[in-house]
Design a protein around this ligand. Structure first.
Ligand SMILES: NC(=O)C1=CN([C@@H]2O[C@H](COP(=O)(O)OP(=O)(O)OC[C@H]3O[C@@H](n4cnc5c(N)ncnc54)[C@H](O)[C@@H]3O)[C@@H](O)[C@H]2O)C=CC1
Ligand SMILES: O=C(O)[C@@H]1CCC=N1
Length: 268
């Protein structure tokens, strides 16, 4: 895939909550956006925004400063974007691109609400804050798609989706996925406790194992990774067989992803 286009002009981050802050930290860490090119709109003071301000970012400047903005990044709750965008829209220039990281809200819905700007949807993980996120990108507009990639590829393993309809599934797998792994790790720790470990030791072991598993992955296939640990006839194989008994692991994850997809659609 060719390199994504560079972004020329200010980038406006609208919303500096959990994900907005993570994106901001990732941009500054990776140098993707210079602080002097950042405009942050936030109704309350946020530590990430204050750090960016100290480096030259503008926080809540007069809306007239949005007129030369290249990209507007919408990182507010899906239920809020209409009221948030209404006062900003009159100040945007024709070349501006709307980049939405909101779950569930479709490009046609956004276009209907805010008019004729090209739209790119990106579904990042909060891991972008450390330059090690995941991002799914979709746009019907090539320039907007390139801008989405340019803003996230430096801090995320990025996948370009072929169809917008896939965004809900990508969100359910990657946007939410880290939380599933953390929930699994919590359950693993509690199972370790049930098997006799004290709670602290079980937590340390389960968390360290998640980190170690992620660090050890490399580019190997998942079956090969499993085979490296599960000796034939050994205890890991016994555990894996119990986990997958009667297809329950697959069924549980099918239900998990289906529930998240359904909720994404409802929020949109
Ligand atoms: N947290 C996550 O891991 C992910 C979240 N998302 C999406 O990101 C969006 C934001 O989610 P979170 O960061 O988790 O929510 P959040 O509630 O932490 O952040 C939303 C922020 O919007 C701000 N806000 C409210 N009104 C505003 C206005 N008029 N102007 C500017 N900012 C305003 C709030 O002060 C708040 O800090 C959602 O649409 C969600 O679907 C997507 C992928 C991952
Ligand atoms: O939970 C949510 O609604 C968002 C979407 C992906 C991660 N967080």
């Amino acid at each position: 895939m060719p390199n994504a286009a560079s972004v020329s002009g200010p980038v406006v981050l609208v919303g500096c909550g959990r994900l907005g802050s993570a994106i901001l930290e990732g941009w500054l860490l990776s140098g993707t956006v210079a602080a002097s090119d950042l405009i942050i709109l936030s109704p309350s003071e946020k530590p990430a925004a204050e750090t960016a301000r100290a480096k030259g970012a503008r926080i809540n400047p007069p809306l007239e400063t949005l007129t030369d903005a290249a990209v507007i990044v919408l990182a507010v709750k899906p239920a809020l974007w209409r009221e948030v965008m209404a006062p900003l829209a009159p100040f945007l220039n024709d070349r501006a691109v709307i980049l939405s990281v909101m779950a569930g809200v479709t490009a046609p819905t956004l276009a209907e609400g805010i008019g004729g700007w090209p739209i790119v949807r990106v579904m990042p993980t909060t891991g972008v804050s450390r330059g090690r996120g995941v991002a799914s990108v979709w746009s019907a507009d090539a320039r907007a798609g390139d801008i989405g990639r340019a803003l996230f590829e430096p801090m995320a393993e990025t996948v370009v989706l072929a169809d917008e309809v896939l965004m809900d599934a990508a969100t359910a797998v990657a946007g939410s996925g880290a939380a599933y792994f953390y929930a699994f790790t919590e359950a693993l720790a509690r199972a370790g406790e049930a098997a006799g470990l004290d709670a602290t030791t079980a937590d340390v072991l389960a968390r360290a194992t998640l980190r170690s598993a992620a660090d050890s992955m490399g580019d190997d296939g998942l079956e090969a990774l499993i085979a490296r640990i599960a000796s034939p006839g050994g205890s890991t194989r016994a555990g894996l067989d119990a986990m997958a008994k009667d297809g329950r692991l697959t069924a549980m994850l099918d239900e998990t992803v289906a529930a998240a997809v359904k909720r994404n659609r409802e929020m949109g």
